[in-house]
Design a protein around this ligand. Structure first.
Ligand SMILES: NC(=O)c1ccc[n+]([C@@H]2O[C@H](COP(=O)([O-])OP(=O)(O)OC[C@H]3O[C@@H](n4cnc5c(N)ncnc54)[C@H](O)[C@@H]3O)[C@@H](O)[C@H]2O)c1
Length: 473
């Protein structure tokens, strides 16, 4: 590869969206990596050359490094013994209290502790509440490992599904929370190919916004601060989304366009334009649970952080508001056939965890609609949540979903959903009605094409023949 690096022996525990991408990317920047999972089927698939998740560049990098610098195993003990750094990247789902369920992290820490023979740094890659590092330390010590033989560090991950590989190799920042020099040194060495810019010299490096002359900074903090950086960052981004959604609702009340408002706000460098897109609310495996977990942490610490409750409330309301918008266009639901574009929680991924599309679909199904859904990558995962049947149908092309439908609903922001052949759509839909939860079209353009077009925080468009009745709910 031409990347100059001092290889570090790494174990990554968990081969999900974060663990697999981290393992592949650590191999890509020159390290020797063992990726561990307790899901035997997944490990067998990875060993056989399979790619369990949909992410750009992942198939290519897996093919490049599998059985070279990257191995897959279910044997955590053997992987621990060999590794200098062990990254824990298992799930931290939401428990009933809102708190993060740390039982997977606990199980991994316990298992690791039984195999530590020489100094290791145990790295929290999973998103965890502040103080988790202390708990991991206690668990490892309780199982008989001397405190001189390990440190616990935090290295939160900021990748986004859909652009995970590029985000990992071209990060805005690398956060390392370490309370000892030994741990900090190992993590600095692991990321040196990125922070020195060396990786970007390589001819077959994955291209992104980082370059030799503009490598990512590594921010060294206390372990607790690093844990908090991740929760605070995700809560802040979720807050931006809920904020603009609330602004969108004000815009709807006065017939203003939220995109004009968001642009005017976003041009202010202090605000920034990202995450100011109104829609049907955030979802996915991170924001909902991380906001809840951060709220829980604050409650436990007697800190009044009520804004997080509001962020969640607005997010819930947004889905209901969208549902009501569909009602306002269709009047009644029973027996209506609706085309749904998008099941993933956002475009570019096959992840359907906490997808707002599901909440909207469930509301529509409960009212007696038939749904015909299309998603470029998430259909198989969606079928596990919403099993196929007469009322919930899945098709494998966009126009197939739209054919004969009473309206078309856009629920995920896949780029191809913004490039529909509108003439063709007109001919296949039963009624030319598009209700866009992701604001992918220009309302005026949709009107010119003869559509009734409802979106989020922007004026509703009704062709002349419908205008008279448009306000009748
Ligand atoms: N998905 C994201 O976009 C993202 C981004 C940043 C941070 N995170 C955080 O990273 C963590 C992992 O998220 P994910 O989306 O990759 O989860 P995931 O559910 O996709 O993957 C978790 C993996 O861990 C494995 N696992 C569970 N227990 C194990 C054990 N005892 N030993 C070995 N393997 C075990 C599971 O089989 C699974 O393959 C979470 O804390 C999440 O909040 C996720």
């Amino acid at each position: 590869m031409g990347v100059k690096t001092k290889p570090v022996s790494i174990a990554v525990v968990g081969s999900g969206y974060v663990g697999l991408v981290a393992a592949v990317c650590f191999a890509e920047i020159g390290h020797s990596v063992v990726c561990v999972d307790n899901d035997e089927q997944k490990v067998a698939m990875l060993r056989d050359g399979g790619v369990p998740i949909h992410e750009d560049f992942l198939p290519e990098l897996l093919a490049r490094h599998r059985n070279q610098r990257l191995q897959f195993t279910t044997d955590l003990s053997a992987a621990t013994q060999r590794a200098e750094a062990i990254f824990i990247a298992v799930g931290t789902p939401q428990s009933d209290s809102g708190n993060a369920d740390l039982s997977y992290v606990d199980a991994v820490a316990t298992q690791i502790s039984r195999s530590i023979g020489s100094y290791k740094v145990i790295v929290e890659k999973s998103t965890v509440p502040v103080y988790t590092n202390e708990w991991i330390r206690r668990v490892v010590e309780r199982n008989g490992t001397s405190s001189t033989n390990f440190d616990v560090a935090s290295n939160p991950e900021f990748l986004r599904e859909g652009t995970a590989v590029t985000d990992f190799l071209h990060p805005d920042r690398i956060v390392v929370g370490a309370d000892s020099e030994a741990a900090a040194d190992i993590l600095r060495a692991i990321y040196a190919p990125l922070t020195s810019g060396d990786y970007y010299r390589s001819d077959n490096a994955v291209i992104g916004h980082r370059t030799i002359s503009d490598p990512p900074p590594l921010l060294l903090t206390s372990t607790k601060a690093a844990e908090l950086i991740k929760h605070a960052s995700n809560a802040f981004l979720a807050m931006k989304i809920s904020f603009i959604n609330a602004v969108a609702n004000v815009c709807e009340a006065v017939d203003a366009n939220v995109e004009e408002v968001a642009r005017g706000m976003g041009l202010d460098k202090r605000i920034g334009s990202q995450f100011l897109r109104a829609g049907i609310g955030y979802g996915g495996s991170c924001f909902p649970k991380d906001v809840a977990a951060f709220r829980y942490v604050a409650e436990q610490l007697s800190v009044d952080f009520g804004i997080l409750t509001e962020v969640e409330k607005i997010n819930e309301q947004q889905k209901r508001r969208f549902f009501n918008k569909v009602r306002s266009a269709l009047w009644t639901f029973r027996g209506k056939r609706l085309a749904v574009l998008g099941l993933a929680f956002k475009g570019g991924t096959d992840d359907v965890r906490e997808s707002p599309a599901f909440d909207v679909i469930r509301m529509l199904l409960s009212e007696g609609c038939t749904i015909v859904a299309f998603d470029p990558a998430a259909t198989e995962r969606a079928k596990l949540e919403l099993p196929p049947g007469p009322a919930m149908q899945y098709v494998d092309d966009l126009y197939g979903a739209a054919t004969g439908a009473d309206a078309l609903l856009i629920l995920s922001d896949w780029p191809q959903f913004g490039e529909i052949d509108l003439e063709k759509l007109q001919t296949v839909l039963r009624y030319p009605i598009v209700i866009d939860g992701r604001n992918l079209y220009d309302p005026q353009q949709m009107l010119e094409h003869g559509f009734t077009y409802l979106s989020v925080g922007r004026p509703a468009m009704y062709p002349a023949r419908e205008r008279a009745g448009a306000r009748v709910r």
